[in-house]
Design a protein around this ligand. Structure first.
Ligand code: ZN
Length: 463
């Protein structure tokens, strides 16, 4: 015993100075590891997480990845088919349903933005109603807090399908946060060292650059996304859970009683093989197999179909030029509204791989008014134009056409409105799409036309 003490004493003498120094260094607390995520999922409403839960089950249980989820809204303006509660009370319930769904997949880090449910297909309506700036700031903060390698969110684009503006808004805000969270000059109060004493204004986060961005679509035709990103079997059996991934996802979805109580109650009464038969039926199943994630972009070089967790380091991809978009010198017309926005958005965020409808498209309720937003660029000069619209038989143009005089400005927004016909049941079932064409002709300049492919439905979200 004595010898050991002596030995320790000798060593102490030899290394006395460095040890003293180390003892004097005060350690600084680092980022909270409990909130580090490998995947950050950003969806609009409680239950929208269900679009990716088969993959999340794989990621959590078998790839041992940490997943966090951000919901854009509390879903208070949605329906409640289970109880009497509505509005704020329903929002409280749906928050709990969402937390329970995530908990069933081992996900406990769940946050909510302050978005307000917006019943519209137009992402610009949702962004306006949500308060785009405040929610973006919050989203950037959550990216810096959770430090994800991968963000998975809704596809920002207009497609025939559910095409909910709120879904698209999360895709927009998450994409913007992907590009902003790593920049030191963006929302600097989040990055500044904590304020002295009791002034707790500054957040002391670090900048964080996520590495990969993926989307999921709610378009009706999901075949158009085949090959646009990695695809994962939902029928594969989880090695750790001994159940197919769809079944783990179904277990999580069963918490959303306010949204589809009949389905949940019906499924609860089925035996395993009956449930399996139903989920494997392409008409009745809740998920497509395989589940395809649409590649948005990667910070490092990566192919769209590479695995989600491939290429998390390497050579950064150059993105963006600082050249401003050239303004047309004469008169030019293009589709405005969400379509015009997304054209710019894809360029701004380097989403060159993102699928886009060949001809801009939308589904609207039959017998409703279709509004076609047009942007006219006219180089700061007054201009006189003739706007005309070619529509299928049975359709009626109600406003926005004829001779129009534009003020001396760079660009002017116009809107051509048309009444769509009320279709018989059989016609609606046939699901035919029509293409309408709006033409703009100015004195001394060639005609410009914009096209929009329209599907008339028995019901659809307002445009
Ligand atoms: Zn939704």
């Amino acid at each position: 015993m004595k010898r050991v003490w002596m030995l320790v004493g000798m060593v102490t003498v030899v290394v006395f100075v460095p040890i003293l120094k180390a003892q004097n260094a005060k350690s600084v607390r680092g980022a909270d590891e409990r909130f580090k995520a490998d995947i950050l999922v950003v969806v609009a409403h409680p239950d929208d997480e269900g679009a990716v839960t088969p993959y999340l089950a794989r990621a959590v249980y078998d790839l041992h990845k940490r997943v966090a989820v951000v919901f854009g809204t509390h879903g208070g303006s949605g329906g409640n088919s289970y109880g009497q509660e509505r509005a704020g009370a329903l929002a409280d319930i749906r928050e709990m349903e969402a937390r329970e769904a995530c908990a069933r997949l081992g996900i406990s880090n769940v946050w909510f933005l302050d978005g307000k449910d917006t019943a519209s297909q137009d992402v610009l309506n949702s962004l306006a109603n949500w308060g785009h700036g405040e929610n973006l700031e919050k989203m950037v903060e959550l990216v810096r807090l959770t430090r994800p390698d991968v963000i998975i969110t809704s596809l920002p684009g207009v497609f025939i399908g559910e095409n909910h503006g709120d879904h698209q808004a999360t895709g927009v805000i998450a994409t913007e946060a992907f590009d902003l969270a790593g920049k030191e000059a963006v929302f600097p109060s989040q990055l500044a060292g904590a304020s002295p004493k009791r002034e707790v204004y500054l957040e002391n986060l670090n900048p964080w650059q996520p590495k990969k961005l993926y989307y999921f679509a709610d378009a009706q035709d999901d075949q158009q996304f085949a090959g646009k990103g990695p695809a994962y079997s939902i029928t594969e059996v989880s090695p750790s859970q001994k159940k197919p991934y769809w079944k783990l996802a179904l277990h999580a979805a069963m918490t959303h009683l306010t949204q589809y109580p009949e389905d949940i109650e019906r499924i609860s009464k089925l035996n395993d093989s009956e449930i399996e038969k139903q989920m494997n039926d392409p008409q009745q199943g809740w998920w497509s197999n395989p589940e395809t994630l649409v590649f948005g972009k990667s910070y490092y070089e990566s192919k769209p179909t590479d695995d989600v967790f491939a290429n998390l380091e390497g050579r950064p991809v150059a993105c963006g030029t600082s050249l401003p978009t050239a303004q047309p010198s004469g008169t030019a017309a293009e589709l405005g509204g969400p379509w015009g926005f997304y054209d710019q958005f894809r360029k701004e965020h380097c989403l060159s791989e993102l699928p886009v409808a060949k001809v801009p498209e939308i589904a609207v309720k039959n017998g409703s008014i279709l509004s076609v937003p047009i942007v006219i660029h006219h180089a700061g000069k007054e201009a006189e134009l003739t706007v005309s619209a070619a529509v299928p038989s049975g359709w009626k143009v109600v406003s926005g056409t004829g001779k129009i005089k534009l003020p001396a400005e760079e660009r002017t927004n116009l809107r051509v409105e048309m009444e769509t016909p009320t279709l018989a049941e059989a016609e609606l079932k046939a699901g035919k799409t029509e293409t309408i064409r709006v033409q703009v002709e100015g004195a001394g300049s060639s005609a410009h036309a914009v096209e929009l492919k329209v599907s008339l439905r028995g019901s659809a979200l307002p445009q």
